[in-house]
Design a protein around this ligand. Structure first.
Ligand code: RIB
Ligand code: CA
Length: 311
């Protein structure tokens, strides 16, 4: 029986690969909805990009809903410096011919979760604004959310947006606090994992060698997207963040982590948006998250190439 999931996202090239991976895996994952949030680029673009991606995957039955245009408290910051002005630079996708579905993503998350006969897995690939607002509007939905699997945070790796904060958390730290303190089981894919999943040239070539529209788009997107991180970190490739969330659902044994207490700093100052974990159990705090800190990166890319090759 396929696992029911909602993908909340701010595409973004790495979000795009995560979405393609999920849509290429219908036997294991039933994508109930894609909900767009402002993040890497403004909301209009994350909606348009989400529509273009379900069309590229020939999965246009999956509804795309428009969500939050800005974070709960802070002003929106975006990341065109990484993703380009369209958010999907390098993909060369045509404008979508399909329309976004009726209804606001926050309301639709509530409706879909409450209507599901099975507990829903919520996958967050961007700022957690939509999911947090759904929990604030109708806290009862937490009873039918099995887990939230999130790309976000950084521990021993520090931050990629401030010295202490990773982008998804920093854009909306208050939303991350609402979700991580909700009592819903959390699985977190932080920079400590994603910085070990690098889009090296050999790996990019494997997508290009697929010779399919999805393979070519993936190679083009990642070739554009990784230039900023390669320059910044001096690594042989860019960290491929968001597909780790979907890969965890398909092959959890690719990852190694620990069940630990996790919280987010929401006080203004140099640590705003910092994800704080008690990795060594020095407090009596209740563990609320499985935080990953290692990945079989070869196995991860094997999975990505095989699945995207199915589209
Ligand atoms: O820090 C990386 C995260 O921020 C990824 O989800 C990327 O898409 C951006 O949203
Ligand atoms: Ca993202």
């Amino acid at each position: 029986m396929a696992k029911p999931i909602i993908i909340d996202t701010d595409p973004g090239q790495d979000d795009a690969v995560a979405i393609l991976l999920a849509l290429a895996s219908p036997e294991e994952l039933e994508v109930l909805a894609i909900t767009a949030v402002a993040g890497n680029v403004p909301l209009d673009l994350t909606v348009t990009n989400s529509l273009a991606l379900v069309e590229l995957a020939n999965r246009t039955e999956v509804p795309v809903y428009r969500g939050s245009i800005r974070p709960m408290v802070k002003e929106l910051i975006t990341a065109e410096y990484v993703h380009g002005p369209t958010g999907l630079d390098g993909a060369d996708l045509p404008p979508p011919t399909i329309e976004e579905a009726e209804g606001h993503a926050v309301d639709k998350i509530i409706d879909i979760v409450k209507a599901s006969s099975e507990k829903v897995t919520v996958c967050t690939l961007g700022p957690l604004t939509n999911v947090a607002l759904a929990l604030v509007k109708d806290p009862s939905i937490k009873e039918n959310i099995g887990q939230v699997v999130s790309m976000g945070g950084g521990f021993f790796e520090g931050g990629n947006t401030t010295p202490t904060a990773e982008f998804n958390i920093y854009v909306d730290p208050h939303a991350a606090h609402v979700v991580f303190s909700s009592g819903i089981p959390i699985v977190l894919m932080p920079l400590d994992v994603t910085h070990k999943a690098l889009t090296t040239k050999d790996r990019l070539q494997r997508f290009a060698d697929l010779g399919t529209p999805a393979g070519t788009a993936t190679a083009g997107m990642l070739d554009f997207y990784d230039r900023w991180d390669i320059e910044k970190y001096g690594l042989p490739g860019g960290p491929l963040h968001d597909p780790t969330v979907i890969a965890y659902l398909l092959q959890p044994d690719l990852f190694v982590g620990k069940h630990v207490p996790l919280e987010v700093e929401i006080a203004p100052g140099p640590t705003l948006g910092m994800t704080v974990i008690d990795w060594w159990g020095v407090t009596d705090d209740e563990p609320n998250a499985i935080v990953m800190n290692d990945i079989d990166s070869d196995g991860f890319f094997d999975l990505l190439v095989e699945r995207i090759g199915r589209l």
